[in-house]
Write a protein that binds this ligand. Sequence first.
Ligand SMILES: [Mg+2]
Length: 270
Amino acid sequence: MTHAAARTEEADNSRAALVVALDFDGTLAPIARSSRQATIGAAPRAVLRRLVSLTAVRLAVISGRSLNDIRTKVGVSGITYAGNHGLEWSLDGITANAPVPAGESRAVRSCTRTLKPFESRFPGCTVEDKGMTVALHYRGVRPRMRSRLLRALSGTLRDPRLASRIRIIRGKMVFDVRPAFPWTKADFIRLLLRHERLPAATGRLIYIGDDATDEDVFSAFPSAMTVRVGRGKRTFARYRIRSPKTVTAFLSLLVARYETQKPAVAHRYA
Ligand SMILES: [Mg+2]
């Protein structure tokens, strides 16, 4: 099959002309003092509403927050939401999650119980039970207390009954304790592309994120338009964008393009 023929087939079978998948904290909303305080502004919310109304676009928001939390934080219906770094999602009205083994799930719950007392031991620290994962936020902890907290954390998690069943991911002022199960945001994106009948090597995916777990997506989809928000740090993303504000500006341009580009929409029903 020629390259051109392959592209035509991709276009014919697929449902969405474009998949737009976005991280939340640090991408759509500026990083806040505490994760509870993070809010999405009126401008990005308005642009998400316009994006989701386009028939040609599948819009997804994938976050480290729990599915319920991210759905409430964004508050726009029609978006495909995924929580816990893609471990749980709601796709076209059906809620599902990654097939995490029971032993791994139990280990995470046990960590939640063990970590809870950290809140009183280290003032400013919050332990967030996210169901499938647990997060230890330490932005509010005084800098000189942080190394003690890290030592206590690694001591706790070295417990041999837990160590092999959990994985720790370091984010921005947060440690996420997840089940040791090979499933990242990239696995959710793979599932979403399959749902849209798009190949993994599609050029019709735009993914924007700002943190370590987004790098899994950047590296897994080299044909996509991958964008890392913020400076510094080496990245697998093809492009960089300055801030959540610039993300909103970029999404507005995208909406404007698709709102006027009628053939892309008509094509789906041709
Ligand atoms: Mg983020």
